[in-house]
Design a protein around this ligand. Structure first.
Ligand code: GTP
Ligand code: MG
Length: 549
């Protein structure tokens, strides 16, 4: 199927469903497949091409490969009179019946195999209006390509229509043609949806192949170990050891069982340590990719929604002086120094018995607790004019939610400082008794900048490990785990190697079993890079892509 179909799609802007929404100056339409160049010729021809098939002069010339050329595109639908195909038609006159122009556009060709998909690709950079984009897409869907294929001296004429691409189909073809590895496909999907500069950097780091190289390097080492084991099984340990003696590893003395593994055992053990270091990254890559959740909690009227609006720079949540205003969780996306964060405003928490609390507010409080439980950071907002009750409410909520007890994840914000007399400020700030505490006023913005820079630094240190814009996982050249899928396989590989270490100490008896663990570890790593059966992963992955990618 992939070999015969020629596909097309709008590859820029909103893509697919929202074609032309929000007019852009330029839109990019891509065509990929064996009929891509013929389809372009049809669009460039002011007359139906089949009428001029034998007249080379009338067949439009394609631009040189990879060179942009400004051309007029014609609408094949504009000259399709009912008798167009009839044999009684006068060809000479019909060639003078010119098609309507569709647009004036830049066109580029990328002949296979030097293209993104590895197939012939055409790119049309047209004007971005809905009328132009739809006109070209409609035109493409009517074009029929005639191609001749020869096999065993038989010449077959195949006719097929271009068809709209499925989501992720361009990338799928690039993968099928060996243009991208699985990890790079995942990186590309991250790059396309990156919201912040750090997410972009991480995706690019993965896209340049360093993560694949790391895993493939480990896998190669394991396969070497496996080859050694096979040799020992077949020929006994003397010959095997002679075969792959590695000067860089000290040879183990005769130590019972270990010696049959020679230099392999220490090599595997250092590999396992590398894997464990790679795993012990506090999920930074995944957090950066998926984003951090920051929940704002506190008593009603403390100023939670005011703080959210201030940080978001817009009136995202309703602010009012009546307690119990916020019920649903309100989410705002923030870019904190390159870390993607979702800020959550929640309903104020108070005793259900308090006056004025109704069932809707109780449901709101329930949602606030869930938001707090799932958050990476909690910002407890306390009204400075009633700080004891405010502090109690925040602390009670934190005590109840198991997951958030880690003190480093909690920040206290004493709000409405403008209402407190200068002489009392010190006292209420001291009452907070926590290292991460900030006195602010949402009305005057006093103290908000300090709080924001602390929050940013905390967020950054969770995703990059240093609070700075860098990745620093030792020994892995900045290659960090970005997906739970990768983590699962690396963990499984490291576990297999741990079992190997035990089995390899038991000599010949456990040779087969130890070798099996190496095989398992290698295949776990192979599943990350796509070297080993990954059909199930592909379906899920490509479904995530949008049309035109
Ligand atoms: N003077 C002063 N008033 C503030 C400050 N921050 C918020 N307010 C006021 O306090 C009231 C409550 O603010 P909200 O932001 O709605 O409080 P909330 O914590 O979201 O309240 P609920 O949604 O009911 O839980 C509003 O009238 C705000 O204008 C501040 O720093 N100083
Ligand atoms: Mg509110």
């Amino acid at each position: 199927m992939i070999k015969e179909d020629t596909i097309f799609a709008l590859s820029s802007g909103g893509g697919g469903a929202s074609i032309g929404s929000g007019a852009t100056a330029v839109a990019v339409i891509r065509i990929s497949g064996p009929g891509a160049f013929d389809a372009l010729k049809e669009l460039l021809s002011p007359y139906p091409l089949h009428q001029n098939a034998n007249d080379n002069a009338k067949i439009p010339k394609l631009p040189k490969p990879r060179m942009a050329s400004l051309r007029t595109l014609y609408d094949p639908l504009s000259n399709t009179a009912p008798n167009d195909q009839s044999s009684t038609r006068n060809d000479a006159s019909s060639t003078t019946q010119q098609r309507d122009p569709l647009d004036s556009a830049l066109v580029l060709t990328f002949p296979n195999p030097n293209s993104f998909t590895g197939e012939d690709i055409v790119e049309i950079h047209c004007h971005g209006s809905r009328a132009v984009v739809m006109g070209i897409l409609d035109a493409l869907s009517t074009i029929t390509i005639t191609s001749t294929t020869t096999d065993d001296d038989d010449t077959n004429i195949v006719q097929h229509k271009l068809r709209p691409a499925d989501p992720g189909e361009f990338t799928q073809r690039a993968y099928a043609n060996g243009k991208l590895g699985l990890v790079e496909v995942e990186a590309l999907s991250d790059l396309i949806v990156a919201d912040t500069s750090l997410q972009r950097k991480q995706a690019l780091r993965q896209f340049d192949g360093r993560l694949s190289r790391l895993y493939e390097g480990w896998r190669t080492d394991l396969i070497k170990g496996l080859a050694h084991a096979e040799a020992v099984i077949d020929f006994g340990d003397d010959e095997a050891l002679d075969d792959d003696h590695d000067e860089s590893y000290p040879s183990t003395e005769n130590d019972g069982g270990m010696s049959i593994w020679g230099t392999i055992a220490p090599r595997i053990s250092s590999l396992r340590k590398d894997m464990e270091r790679h795993l012990a990254d506090a999920s930074r890559g995944e957090l950066l990719r998926d984003g951090l959740r920051i929940a704002i909690v506190g008593r009603p009227n403390a100023g939670k929604s005011s703080l959210l609006n201030l940080l978001a720079g817009r009136d995202a949540a309703i602010v009012s002086s009546s307690p119990g205003t916020t019920r649903d969780v309100v989410e705002v996306l923030l870019d904190l120094g390159g870390a993607r964060c979702t800020l959550l405003d929640t309903a104020g928490v108070r005793e259900e018995e308090e006056e004025g609390v109704n069932e809707i507010e109780i449901e709101g409080m329930k949602r606030a607790r869930v938001a707090a439980r799932d958050a990476h950071f909690i910002v407890g907002v306390v009204d400075a004019t009633d700080y004891r009750r405010g502090l109690d409410a925040v602390n009670e909520l934190i005590q109840q939610e198991e997951g958030v007890k880690n003190a480093g994840n909690i920040m206290y914000v004493l709000n409405k400082l403008d209402l407190v007399e200068e002489k009392d400020k010190e006292e209420c700030i001291r009452a907070l008794q926590d290292t991460a505490k900030f006195g602010i006023s949402c009305t005057t913005s006093e103290g908000v900048d300090d709080f924001l820079s602390y929050l940013t630094q905390q967020a950054l240190s969770r995703v990059s490990g240093s609070g700075k814009d860098e990745f620093s996982v030792e020994g892995t050249e900045g290659a960090v785990i970005t997906r739970a899928r990768h983590r699962r396989h690396v963990e499984a590989a490291a576990n297999a190697l741990q079992r190997f270490e035990v089995l390899s100490g038991q000599g010949y008896m456990a040779l087969d079993m130890a070798a099996e663990e190496l095989r398992l570890a290698a295949s776990e790593l192979g599943r990350i890079t796509g070297a080993i059966d990954v059909e199930d992963v592909l379906d899920v992955l490509f479904a995530d892509f949008c049309i035109g990618k």
